[in-house]
Design a protein around this ligand. Structure first.
Ligand SMILES: NC(=O)c1ccc[n+]([C@@H]2O[C@H](COP(=O)([O-])OP(=O)(O)OC[C@H]3O[C@@H](n4cnc5c(N)ncnc54)[C@H](OP(=O)(O)O)[C@@H]3O)[C@@H](O)[C@H]2O)c1
Length: 229
């Protein structure tokens, strides 16, 4: 039995999670469009925050996500949610976080990578990390970095990795990390707490190493998925 199937079976037996949350997914691109339906499948209410919630692509995503899903502006979505996912361009996280209003007490899930093209490579474009930039922009929130290390296609098809895939979590609030770990496990992925938020820069580097090999000038020579031992 695959790990994903096993987790799904537990959910079928146990029903919806004991505490369903309202989750704002800010951004309706590849990552938002992957995580929203996955979290809805775990019984959570999804509110997409989009710059244009009325457009057809967003309506299609809401329909695909299920009966409890809706879309509105980013600030309205965040205001209604317990958990806010920032599935937005990696170089815009500071201004987008500040535009969402007071996020105090909420969990922010940060799947972003601050990527900047220099010559024919993608580089880590900030001195610290996006997770720390988001935390500074929303000091009362609990930021947890997660999901930045894998392609969105693996998020929705974990079995395509040929074995279990672990998701490194960094953050400074244990309860927030526990909550995000539940969401990760509910997708058939394996959460691993790898440390405090200041380690986010190393976790952000993991994807950059892979992406430059995969899409850079050289022929791709490796693939990897973090896997807990
Ligand atoms: N793609 C992957 O496989 C992958 C994997 C891991 C991590 N990541 C990281 O996750 C983040 C999101 O990636 P993605 O692939 O989902 O990106 P994407 O497809 O470009 O989607 C980003 C979304 O952000 C919203 N947005 C808000 N302000 C924006 C602005 N000024 N310009 C453009 N979009 C804006 C848009 O949604 P609305 O139009 O609805 O506002 C847009 O669809 C990035 O930081 C990326 O590095 C990506």
């Amino acid at each position: 039995m695959s790990f994903r199937f096993a987790v799904a079976a537990v959910f079928l037996v146990a029903g919806a999670p004991a505490l369903a949350d309202t989750i704002a997914v800010i951004g309706t691109g590849d990552v938002g469009g992957a995580l929203g339906p996955e979290f809805a499948g775990q019984g959570h209410t999804i509110i997409y925050g989009s710059r244009n919630p009325e457009r057809g692509k967003v309506k299609d995503l809401v329909e695909k996500t299920g009966d409890l899903a809706s879309a509105t502006t980013p600030a309205e979505a965040a205001a209604q949610a317990d958990i806010v996912v920032l599935a937005v361009p990696g170089l815009l996280v500071e201004e987008i976080t500040k535009s969402l209003g007071d996020l105090s007490g909420k969990i922010i899930i940060d799947p972003t990578n601050p990527l900047e093209r220099r010559m024919n490579r993608l580089e880590h474009a900030v001195d610290t990390s996006n997770a720390e930039i988001i935390q500074a922009a929303a000091p009362g929130a609990h930021v947890v970095k997660a999901f930045n290390t894998l392609n969105w296609k693996t998020m929705v098809d974990v079995d395509s990795a040929g074995g279990p895939v672990s998701i490194p979590l960094v953050g400074d609030n244990g309860r927030a990390k526990d909550k995000v770990a539940e969401l990760v496990a509910g997708m058939g992925l394996e959460p691993i707490d790898v440390g405090p938020l200041r380690d986010a820069r190393w976790v952000e580097g993991m994807l950059i190493l892979w992406i430059n090999n995969r899409y850079g000038s050289m022929r791709p020579s490796f693939d990897y998925h973090l896997r807990r031992n």
